[in-house]
Design a protein around this ligand. Structure first.
Ligand SMILES: Cc1cc2nc3c(=O)[nH]c(=O)nc-3n(C[C@H](O)[C@H](O)[C@H](O)COP(=O)(O)O)c2cc1C
Length: 195
């Protein structure tokens, strides 16, 4: 299962729309995926930080289990003030090293205005690289997102939708290649439930 993280806790975000769109592409490819929307964690997630600890806050524990058992993670990350949203970094800072990160295949789509989310993707790549994830090199940078997605739920720009389809198909091959070689996170270290 590919976990698609909609990387903001802003309600009704464009990021969530794109996460759903990517979910549809994976389904067409015959690949199971699940959208984790950080806005769904919001009401209780800030009950006190327990960064990287053995017992994450209840509001985050189930979501962290999803991370730890996912075959791969696809990040949809909007640009907020030149970086990733704090809610996404806060969530990641509750993951466990090495279980959550190491050898886990990850892919990225950045969302923003003029620069299409280049900065949050590169910041996130810095975090994932530091924590030894396997990064799929083809990234999507979706610019002017609020204009494109106004009153829409799908990406209707042909060039962009082809890029998404090519990236997702390549990422699926990447995941399967790592898995068949026994190199992905779950082959090397079966996921351990948090409790
Ligand atoms: C708090 C906040 C800060 C933002 N800062 C930037 C920014 O620095 N650069 C940019 O291109 N877009 C910025 N945006 C616009 C979002 O990146 C854009 O709307 C994004 O594509 C989708 O965001 P959404 O998922 O919250 O709808 C910001 C939006 C918010 C809510």
């Amino acid at each position: 299962m590919i976990l698609i993280i909609a990387g903001t806790d802003r309600l009704n975000s464009n990021t969530r729309k794109i996460a759903n769109y990517v979910h549809g592409i994976f389904s067409e490819l015959g690949e199971k995926s699940h959208v984790l929307d950080l806005s769904e964690l919001k009401p209780t997630a800030h009950g006190g930080p327990h960064y990287g600890g053995a017992t994450p806050p209840d509001a985050l524990a189930a979501a962290i289990d999803q991370v730890n058992s996912a075959d791969a993670i696809y990040f949809c990350v909007p640009e907020y003030n030149g970086s990733m949203p704090g809610a996404l970094k806060y969530f990641i800072d509750h993951w466990k090293y090495p279980e959550s990160f190491e050898f886990r295949p990850v892919a990225f789509c950045g969302l923003g205005w003029m620069f299409g989310g280049l900065r949050p993707v590169e910041h996130l790549q810095g975090v994932m690289g530091y924590r030894n994830a396997f990064m799929y090199p083809e990234r999507i940078f979706f610019r002017d997102v609020p204009l494109h997605m106004k009153d829409k739920t799908t990406v209707d720009d042909m060039i962009l939708s082809d890029l998404f389809k090519r990236q997702c198909a390549g990422f699926v091959k990447f995941i399967h290649a790592l898995k068949s070689a026994g190199l992905d996170a779950n082959s090397r270290r079966p996921p351990v439930p948090h409790a």
